[in-house]
Design a protein around this ligand. Structure first.
Ligand code: NAD
Ligand code: LMR
Length: 326
């Protein structure tokens, strides 16, 4: 059976995550081994030549599923007919830059990209924002795409989720596949809350299995939440292959279904998170859609941590509102 290729746009395609991501998309890891893809690479003008180099390498792999590559510095061209949009390119914080400057610089990227998605995306478009600050960049793009259902704009906390699985598996001496129902709540930042009270190992909660509140509070949570900074310290550059891997996991599960994962999605008011804020929740995916898993009991310990991370997201939303970006 010949299937119509899926249009996948990657922004920041010449960056380090882009380099780790594109080959896996083209080899079928994003959408599965039966789905052909067209790749659209969006870059800023000075990086187009580097993107062309990556495209030459993609050609040289002779991937059977890769049906076409477009390289452009024009957002309208990049997002025309897009089915899956991976917004990776963002403005990193540089020396002397205040938070407001960073948000403003990213507003300059995610506002026009939201507008271009609104103008040209396919009806089934799914958007994942990876570029930091990911949750708030997703909000900016979403607010400039009023014709796209708002739940299609998501941000990435799957890397945090995978980090949490790995740390817990090591502590308990179990396989990552022995752990179910891991959840990251809140922002993709140091305030995020990796939750061991709803994660399960066999018939116990992960918190019961660990039975070490000191480790949970003073080791596990900060290790997961500050892992991005630890990677930067060790590598001299931010995580790239693991971030690309998490982006693949996020879209693969959204498209193909999963019983439980973490995604930053627009809040519908669940768990007291103000409506509209793009915050990480436990979600279930099926039939190409997701829903926030309902009915979890949140104790005082978890409540305080979820609230702190959500408060940071509200602050970021208010800051971009104040700057006229949404
Ligand atoms: P990088 O600097 O290597 O690459 C970024 C690329 O984006 C560059 O090639 C740049 O030219 C491009 N770019 C900048 N503005 C653009 C625009 N307007 N349109 C298209 N492309 C544009 O950075 P990286 O290591 O690939 O990381 C990318 C982003 O992902 C950063 O913001 C980083 O902080 C973030 N990140 C997020 C997570 C997460 O878990 N959510 C994890 C790791 C990294
Ligand atoms: C990560 O979690 O690895 C990144 O978001 C860190 C960063 O600031 O790029």
């Amino acid at each position: 059976m010949t299937r119509t290729p899926v249009n996948v746009t990657v922004t920041g395609a010449a960056g380090q995550i882009g380099y780790a991501l594109l080959f896996r998309i083209a080899s079928g890891h994003l959408l599965g081994p039966d789905t052909p893809v067209n790749l659209r690479l969006l870059e800023i003008t000075p990086a187009l030549k580097a993107a062309e180099g990556t495209a030459m390498e993609l050609d040289d792999c002779a991937f059977p599923l890769l049906k076409g590559i477009t390289i452009t510095d024009d957002a309208k061209t990049a997002f025309d007919g897009v089915n899956v949009a991976l917004l990776v390119g963002a403005r990193p914080r540089t020396k002397g830059m205040e938070r407001g400057d960073l948000l403003e610089a990213n507003g300059g990227i995610f506002k026009p990209q939201g507008e271009a998605i609104n103008a040209g995306a396919a009806d089934d478009v799914k958007v994942l924002v990876v570029g930091n600050p990911a949750n708030t960049n997703a909000l900016i793009a979403q607010q400039h795409a009023p014709d796209v259902p708002r739940e299609r704009f998501t941000a990435m906390t799957r890397l945090d989720h995978n980090r949490a699985l790995s740390q817990l598996a090591k502590k308990l001496g179990v396989a990552v596949t022995d752990i179910q129902n891991m959840t990251i709540w809140g922002n993709h930042s140091a305030t995020q809350y990796p939750d061991l009270f709803h994660a399960k190992v066999g018939d116990k909660t992960a918190a019961e299995a660990v039975n070490d509140q000191e480790w949970l509070e003073n080791d596990f949570i900060p290790t997961v939440a500050k892992r991005g900074a630890a990677i930067i310290e060790a590598r001299g550059a931010s995580s790239a292959a693991s971030a690309a891997n998490a982006a693949i996991d996020h879209i693969y599960d959204w498209v193909n279904g999963t019983e439980w994962t973490s995604m930053a999605v627009p809040s519908d008011g669940s768990y007291g998170v103000p409506e509209g804020i793009i915050s990480s929740f436990p979600v279930k995916c099926s039939g190409g859609s997701y829903e926030i898993i309902q009915g979890l009991e949140i104790d005082e310990f978890s409540r305080a941590r979820i609230d702190a991370s959500v408060a940071e997201l509200v602050e970021e939303r208010d800051a971009v509102k104040g700057l006229g970006l949404i």
